[in-house]
Design a protein around this ligand. Structure first.
Ligand SMILES: C[S@@+](CC[C@H](N)C(=O)[O-])C[C@H]1O[C@@H](n2cnc3c(N)ncnc32)[C@H](O)[C@@H]1O
Length: 302
């Protein structure tokens, strides 16, 4: 969704932009082409290895970038430390990158015989294996249900607890085999039986949903009038939070109460640039099927 994201950001020459999920620097590179020679790009990522690669790729623009190893949810602190005032645009392209997913040693892959890790920030202590081996059964079932939207979560949690009583579950392939054995043939399966559980663990390890609403509100506060915040979400849980928060910031009702009972503040600080989310074009899906669930939303500060 590179083209759509850049178009939605409406990058201006000389502007200040934040790429909160700079990854390997793909979007950042295109933003820089639009804002140079005077512009500034602040690139944030919680994955040090990705950030080092972005640094290498963006070396020709070194004087126009500041790369920060941090969580984009710390944006107010990051901008204050850099002594940067209001900005022209903020982009967050959420989730994991293909680089992380395909690096087998990072432990995101269902199929690999590697440590069950899944940390985006490898300086963090808590891994997916810690959750799988230490979380009480009912809590584990709730986590798989909530973050994976997996209807068979109780059955899966029970199987995990049974297996871990024999010894720790340490490898990705070990966990995916346990899940496959437990739920194969149950319900309609169009994806690998372990997909939803792996998604749930990834969201939990990286606390992907925590603080997202707060971030969107704070980030909008850092925009100049006319500046835009652009988000790309890859799963419905994240997209639901974004949709609701951006609507709230646009002064719309987000409650399910009948109009006479609605207590939504309806104070607009921005306007939605599109009424519906932007989804990837057919041509993009042909080369990158992983983009099928991507939803782009944007808000312009009033
Ligand atoms: C989909 S990729 C972004 C790819 C990037 N747009 C590019 O062009 O290369 C998502 C990136 O966001 C990072 N990330 C996810 N959550 C983050 C967070 N809370 N704070 C900072 N970085 C985060 C991941 O480490 C990953 O590198």
């Amino acid at each position: 969704m590179l083209e759509e994201a850049i178009e939605s950001l409406q990058c201006k020459p000389g502007g200040i932009y934040v790429d909160g999920t700079v990854g390997l620097g793909g979007h950042a590179h295109t933003i820089l082409q639009k804002i140079l020679p005077e512009g500034l790009l602040i690139g944030i990522d919680r994955d040090k290895e990705s950030l080092d690669k972005a640094n290498e790729r963006l070396k020709p623009f070194a004087h126009s970038i500041r790369l920060v190893h941090d969580n984009y949810k710390n944006l107010p602190l990051i901008l204050n430390n850099l002594d940067v005032g209001p900005v022209d645009g903020i982009l967050v392209d959420l989730g994991v990158s293909s680089y992380q997913l395909l690096s087998s040693e990072r432990g995101f892959s269902i199929h690999s015989d590697v440590n069950l890790d899944m940390r985006m920030d490898r300086s963090q202590r808590w891994t997916a294996a810690d959750i799988v081996n230490n979380t009480p059964e009912s809590e584990l079932a709730n986590l798989i249900y909530r973050y994976g939207e997996e209807k068979l979560s109780r059955r899966i949690a029970a199987a995990i607890v049974r297996e871990r009583s024999k010894g720790p579950i340490a490898r990705c392939s070990q966990l995916s085999e346990i899940i496959s054995r437990t739920i194969k043939g149950r319900g309609r399966q169009t994806i690998h039986p372990a997909t939803r559980t792996f998604q749930a663990l990834r969201i939990a390890v990286n606390e992907e949903l925590e603080g997202l609403e707060k971030f969107l509100i704070e980030a909008t506060g850092f925009l100049k009038p006319g500046g835009r915040i652009v988000t790309i979400a890859f799963h419905s849980l994240e997209d639901r939070i974004i949709k609701k928060t951006l609507r709230k910031l646009a002064g719309q009702c987000v409650c399910e109460a009948p109009p006479e009972l609605c207590r939504c503040p309806r104070q607009a600080v921005g306007r939605l640039t599109h009424t519906r989310p932007i989804t990837p074009k057919r041509e993009e899906l042909a080369v990158n099927p992983r983009a099928r669930s991507a939803r782009l939303r944007a808000l312009e500060k009033l």
